[in-house]
Write a protein that binds this ligand. Structure first.
Ligand code: HDE
Length: 718
């Protein structure tokens, strides 16, 4: 393929153009076998007589069943459950000062991307709302080859060295004897491993926080986690951490809500991503970088190579350097989302690795795993994995080879092909690794600079708002409450004392244990012959006491775009209220759904027919962000006679959502549990309840996302 000069128009279409020849529609076509033979009867197999045995010669039956038998491939060992989308990335201005990466130079270039979000522990069919880390993988189809940024929605990781990854994952996955539990870390083996691995404490704070139960994949941050390098055209290196900042802000659901969504709509996140893109509300993230000069490598209280540490944004601000927009759903889930193969080692010139020992191990694992998952070293030829620039090298053959290489030479150097393909000079875009001086003994060891396991865990916990801290405590109580072995629970409580004594106390109390004073952790990072004194955990003083950037409570709350609002209604719903509120919410970008006692249509007070989106049987409060009850005497009487309508309000209250009513709609609220709160509750208990709601006030309330101050203060019957 001839190399095209990128410009905004052709670059955005380049991957789509590349996929087009492999994309097929069966619309209006006749059915064929895989050999192209037209099929006359796809309904009956070939038999010896109508009631006789099937015949071996029925190649049509055999082909169909054989293909079916082989439809499944091994699911990913981690991150099996995922959802994907196409889009593009555009840099705001040239980053040439720091990196020569082509896709970070020209603001007019739209680089195509494919993104896959995932949960880590669950199987492919597991619920989206599991408490878990979310994968955030981006494949940039650049003019210089594919660049994969294979990150997570949390900026740190559980372990410091890749050699512990199989242990971590074995401990987290369902237990091997009975394969219980699914998509959950609330079990003995996970917490056994964690309680013996104090290096995981910072990540545990993140995993127990609301970051682990996002409201939407579109409303979470992404992180490259490791420190990488940027290399500019002069060969100068800087360290860099990568960030994705969601334009819609960061939001989470409540844990009780997550548990209920897992039953009511286990595809909640996948559906949300798909529906947003289909409706034209394209998810967007700004791409951020934290850049640290090469000479500042040792300037921090932590080691830049330690993946259990982040660089607080207050120390090194995140520069927002570009934007990613996801604007197209995949055509075929298997061909694209399942077969996409990411690898942190898919690099372009201008970006390079650091010596983070977790990253170094990943560089081996990702190609290796594709070999068993996709079955062939030719997985790069699968359309979704193909780079937009043509591949030229001397690799040949193997299972399912697609490319037809011409000529006699498949080696280098050669003369029979005039030396082609030739090596590229650096000026021609040839990749050359950063020339780092390494002068060391070969050792199997952990750096002493990695031994501070608690400072950033404490920094994270102390930076959270009060409701966020409560949620972390509740998550630990839940998770450890599911642990059966008391010694594991106690070890965890002991570790928590080193993060926050009040946190340890409240968790211990719920478990029927005592926290006591901070204690030395049981530390398992050392080898059998190592000297424990060399591995003693240390607590280094962080540069800052609090990092506001770590709290979701401080994220912008200025938009209700794509928020789902339930309108509870029945026949006779007040027409003007209904229409006015709907118009205002739609204008602000929200999605309105009518939930009624039964499916079909209803008639409003003006006799107009309104389509019902869901009945109370399928339309549950947990899949909405807010609820509105328009007036209309007949409608309210019907809703009052419907226990699920009252429950809807109670549950929305429990999950701290905005609740609004107009006219007689207030009666439904007053007769629910919320009525008593409105009468006798304090300001916190009433927050976000609008019984005579002006559309503007309701919009403002929905933008707040949740009124967490209502939580805990009430024992809501929902
Ligand atoms: Fe992965 N990881 N990982 N990981 N990871 C995989 O690769 C691995 C780690 C991440 O949507 C696997 O293709 C090792 C950190 C994401 O297809 C496998 C180690 C981070 C995805 C693998 C780590 C990640 C994976 C399984 C420790 C955040 C999903 C299937 C050294 C920066 C990619 C596959 C997708 C997937 C190995 C740690 C993110 C087995 C050995 C840290 C988002 O290769």
């Amino acid at each position: 393929m001839e190399k095209k000069k990128p410009n905004a128009e052709n670059a955005v279409n380049l991957k789509q153009k590349d996929l087009a020849p492999d994309t097929i529609s069966d619309q209006g076509e006749l059915m064929t076998t895989n050999q192209g033979l037209k099929i006359n009867d796809d309904t009956n197999s070939l038999k010896a007589g109508e009631r006789g045995p099937s015949l071996l010669e029925d190649f049509i039956l055999r082909e169909k069943i054989t293909h079916f038998d082989h439809e499944r491939i091994p699911e990913r060992i981690v991150h099996a459950r995922g959802s994907g989308a196409h889009g593009y990335f555009q840099v705001y201005e040239s980053m040439g000062k720091y990196t020569k990466a082509g896709f970070l130079q020209d603001p007019s270039v739209k680089t195509p991307v494919f993104v896959r979000f995932s949960t880590v522990a669950g199987f492919r069919g597991s619920t989206d709302l599991a408490r878990d880390v979310r994968g955030f993988s981006v494949k940039f189809y650049t003019q210089e080859g594919n660049y994969d940024l294979v990150g997570n929605n949390m900026p740190v990781f559980f372990i410091q060295d890749a050699i512990k990854f199989p242990d971590l994952i074995h401990a987290a996955k369902p237990e091997p004897d009975n394969e219980i539990p699914q998509a959950a870390t609330a079990h003995d083996s996970f917490w056994d491993f964690i309680s013996l691995s104090p290096e995981s404490m910072h990540m545990i704070m993140w995993a127990m926080s609301d970051r682990a139960i996002p409201r939407s994949l579109r409303m979470m941050e992404g992180f490259g986690v490791h420190t990488f390098r940027f290399i500019n055209a002069e060969g100068k290196s800087s360290f860099v951490k990568f960030h994705w900042k969601p334009i819609l802000g960061m939001h989470a659901v409540a844990w009780d809500e997550a548990l209920k969504i897992s039953g009511k709509d286990p595809d909640f996140h996948r559906r949300d991503l798909h529906d947003a893109i289909e409706s034209g509300a394209f998810p967007e993230w700004e791409f951020g970088v934290q850049i640290v000069a090469q000479e500042d490598e040792h300037k921090f209280s932590f080691d830049l190579l330690d993946p259990t540490k982040l660089i607080p944004e207050e120390l090194v601000p995140v520069q927002r350097i570009g934007k990613m927009v996801l604007d197209r759903n995949p055509d075929n889930f298997f061909a694209e989302v399942e077969q996409v193969a990411f690898h942190p080692g898919h690099l372009v010139p201008g970006i390079d690795f650091s010596n983070d020992p977790l990253l170094q191990g990943r560089l081996f694992s990702y190609t290796d795993t594709q070999l068993s998952r996709l079955g062939s070293p030719n997985f790069h030829e699968i359309p979704i994995n193909r780079s937009v620039n043509t591949v030229h090298n001397n690799q040949r053959d193997g299972h399912m080879r697609q490319q037809i290489n011409v000529g006699k030479s498949s080696y280098h150097p050669n003369s029979v092909a005039g030396g082609s393909p030739a090596q590229a000079t650096i000026a021609e875009g040839g990749f050359s690794s950063y020339e780092e001086r390494v002068d060391a003994h070969k050792v199997r060891a952990r750096s002493k600079s990695f031994m501070d396991f608690f400072s950033q865990a404490t920094l994270f916990f102390n930076s959270q708002s009060e409701p966020e801290q409560n949620h972390i405590a509740d998550a630990l109580k839940f998770e450890l409450g599911k642990v059966e072995r008391v010694e594991i629970r106690q070890r965890m409580v002991n570790l928590l004392t080193l993060i926050s004594v009040p946190l340890a106390n409240t968790v211990a109390d719920s478990l029927g244990l005592k926290a006591g004073k901070p204690q030395e952790p049981v530390n398992h990072v050392l080898g059998a012959d190592a000297n424990p004194a060399d591995y003693k955990p240390v607590k280094v003083k962080s540069e800052i006491e609090k990092s506001p950037a770590l709290s979701m409570a401080n994220a912008p709350k200025d938009s209700i775009k794509t928020r789902q609002v339930a309108f509870l209604a029945a026949n006779g719903v007040e027409s003007t209220d209904f229409e006015n509120m709907k118009k205002a919410l739609l204008a602000a970008g929200a999605v309105v759904k009518v939930v009624a006692p039964k499916n079909g249509t209803l008639k409003d007070s003006a006799g107009k027919e309104i389509k019902i989106d869901m009945s109370f049987l399928t339309g549950t409060s947990v899949v909405f962000d807010a609820v509105y009850v328009p007036g209309g005497g007949k409608s309210i009487d019907a809703l009052l006679a419907e226990p699920d309508a009252v429950h809807f309000i109670n549950e929305a209250y429990r999950h701290c959502k905005a609740i609004a009513a107009t006219g007689k709609g207030a009666e439904l609220i007053n007769q629910s549990y919320v009525g008593a709160k409105l009468k006798n509750g304090n300001a916190d208990a009433k927050a976000g309840i609008l019984t005579e709601a002006a559309p503007d006030a309701f919009i403002k309330a929905i933008a707040q996302h949740r009124f967490w101050q209502r939580e805990k203060k009430d024992k809501v019957p929902a």
